[in-house]
Ligand binder design. Structure first.
Ligand SMILES: Nc1nc2c(ncn2[C@@H]2O[C@H](COP(=O)(O)OP(=O)(O)OP(=O)(O)O)[C@@H](O)[C@H]2O)c(=O)[nH]1
Length: 342
């Protein structure tokens, strides 16, 4: 691959720990020039803002390109190819490009985009890394419990089709060269073994599994896989292989604007309840806490909600409080808005 710039695709379901892993990668980059392309589901980009707030010199505005509100592979010509070209045209081009997909993205069509003439001769996909939230997987959020399947088969002779969440999860695993089993700090050894078995059962070929807490994996393991994935797509089946393009009907996202919030703990408790009651998949955003010089970052994954102050509000910056909410289609936007406001 002499002459081609390697690109690594980081995939993984909503809240699995992709941004956390990338942040760790930047901290351990050891002078290597990395550039990031970040794609999010929803109108408001939060991840780019989180990464720029990390204070790492590799996270300047030029190094982080955010492509919000869209599916990378559906906006290849308009957004993705120009973003890659912009990076390669820099006087000091990156040595490695990291692409964080949205948690709902299917990685395979994105890799197919690397066949576009404008980038095919200049960039190769070094590897696809799938990050798995081991705690959520242990709770059965991505694959049905084998006991439930067995009971269904016994009762009716058939089993339920996969849910949209299960499909996305499986598509991401099936495209991966390396699977980071993340959030191991939240589960015990038995659950971890169960999750790893579940992942292996979903795979059609060997992919390497590494365990991690807070996405901490040696950059030498993450980068330099050398898989040239764009030339190996036949081995990576997707649920959507038979379709012309794909739709985005299964999931929905909206933004809730809030007044300033004086009590972060009360807010976290109330969001935990809202997420559990309404089946919200992901909640994230920044909150203005009156009297505090720093902005509060809210992170909800399923019903696990955490908050922390991530950086000082900048001089002249509007202290806005807003949360991005993501769920499956059918999520009642108004009911969630009311519940959050209440
Ligand atoms: N306990 C624990 N929390 C983690 C770990 N990794 C990430 N988190 C937390 O999980 C939440 C989501 O992490 P992110 O890195 O934003 O996840 P993501 O995959 O980028 O999320 P999306 O881009 O929204 O899909 C944050 O609150 C993280 O601090 C981990 O290993 N252990």
């Amino acid at each position: 691959m002499v002459g081609k710039t390697p690109a690594t695709v980081i995939t993984g379901f909503l809240g699995a720990g992709k941004t956390t892993l990338i942040r760790g990668l930047l901290e351990r980059a050891d002078g290597r020039r990395l550039a990031l392309i970040i794609n999010e589901f929803g109108d408001v980009g939060i991840d780019g803002d989180i990464l720029r707030a990390c204070g790492n010199p590799t996270c300047t505005d030029d190094d982080v390109i955010e492509l919000a509100n869209g599916c990378l592979c559906c906006t290849v010509a308009d957004d993705f190819v120009p973003a890659i070209e912009k990076l390669l045209a820099r006087p000091n081009p990156p040595e490695h490009i990291i692409i964080e997909t949205s948690g709902l993205a299917l990685p395979k069509p994105l890799v197919q985009a690397f066949h576009w003439p404008a980038i095919k001769s200049r960039v190769t996909v070094d590897g696809v890394i799938a990050v798995v939230d081991a705690a959520a997987a242990a709770e059965g959020r991505f694959a049905p419990d084998p006991a439930v399947l067995a009971a269904q088969r016994e009762a009716s002779g058939t089993v339920d089709h996969e849910t949209p969440v299960e499909e996305v999860f499986e598509d991401q695993l099936l495209c991966a060269d390396l699977i980071v089993v993340n959030k191991t700090d939240l589960i015990d050894a038995d659950d971890l073994a169960r999750v790893e078995n579940l992942i292996r059962a979903a795979l059609n070929r060997d992919a390497k599994l590494v365990r991690a807490s807070h996405g901490a994996v040696d950059p030498l393991v993450l980068l330099g896989v050398g898989a040239a994935v764009e030339d190996d797509l036949a081995n990576r089946p997707s649920h959507h292989d038979e379709e012309e393009g794909h739709d985005h009907d299964d999931f929905t996202s909206f933004v809730v604007e809030l007044p300033p919030q004086p009590d972060p703990d009360a807010l976290a408790a109330s969001l935990t309840e809202v997420a559990a009651v309404h089946g919200v998949l992901r909640l994230k955003g920044f909150i203005d806490v009156p009297g505090k010089p720093m902005r509060l970052l809210v992170q909800g994954v399923g019903a696990r909600v955490q908050t922390h102050y991530d950086r000082l509000w900048k001089a002249g910056e509007e202290r806005r409080s807003r949360l991005v909410v993501i769920g499956e289609t059918g999520l009642d936007h108004d009911a969630v808005r009311r519940a959050i406001a209440g």
